[in-house]
Design a protein around this ligand. Structure first.
Ligand code: 2AM
Length: 191
């Protein structure tokens, strides 16, 4: 039976937790530049994501109490790095979800390595008793929130990102937006 992380009687405060990949400095600059361009060219209005907060979520775990974080780290350790190589993620499609007012960029072609990483993680987390949403995985990088976007640009050049590691991240709400803190990091193999 899945463990419900919302149970009372647990020590400490539950945090919003997710696994993600975070862009290297160069990729981060390109993504932040693209967000700026969307605003400057008046293509979209909305709240842009701070450069340091730009990421791609692998698995959203949700509320986790401190005593279960160690379990989550063990789960991550158990995911076989040898079969999860570093890979190139080519992100080239700027899109807009009207239903939640998010502007995002996504890979037109999702690399099988990303699918395998997400699948391996999801299976291991689920087996450890963490309840996960059953929604189909839609890899995307949120660039703007509360957005209105009458037109979207075609990218002159895709953004190529060499993905070398994945992370466990804690999300907190501050007055000026989300604060993401990495609390674990695992390398991908083969580079
Ligand atoms: P978003 O950018 O599309 O909102 C931290 O909140 C990260 O987890 C974000 O990348 C966010 O995606 C994602 N996220 C938040 N809530 C989620 C949920 N219920 N299911 C899946 N991903 C979620």
């Amino acid at each position: 039976m899945p463990i419900t992380e919302d149970n009372t009687g647990r020590a400490g405060r539950a945090h919003r937790i997710f696994f993600a990949i975070w862009p290297d400095n160069d990729t981060q600059k390109q993504l932040a530049g693209l967000t700026k361009q969307l605003r400057l060219e008046s293509l979209c209005s909305g709240r842009k994501i701070k450069a340091e907060n730009i990421h791609l979520t692998l698995v959203f775990v949700g509320k986790v109490y401190p005593d279960r974080l160690e379990v989550l780290r063990d789960v991550a350790d158990s995911v076989k790095q040898s079969v999860l190589p570093a890979f190139d993620l080519v992100i080239d499609e700027v899109r807009y979800w009207k239903h939640n007012h998010i502007v995002y960029i996504a890979p037109g072609k999702v690399p099988h390595e990303l699918v395998n990483l997400e699948g391996a993680l999801r299976d291991a987390i689920s087996t450890a008793g963490f309840p996960l949403e059953q929604r189909a995985y839609a890899p995307h990088i949120t660039l703007m929130r509360n957005a209105f976007c009458p037109a979207l640009p075609e990218l002159a050049k895709p953004i190529a990102w060499r993905v070398r590691e994945w992370m466990l991240v804690k999300s907190e709400q501050a007055t000026n937006g989300s604060v993401y803190t990495p609390i674990g990091c695992w390398p991908l193999g083969g580079f």
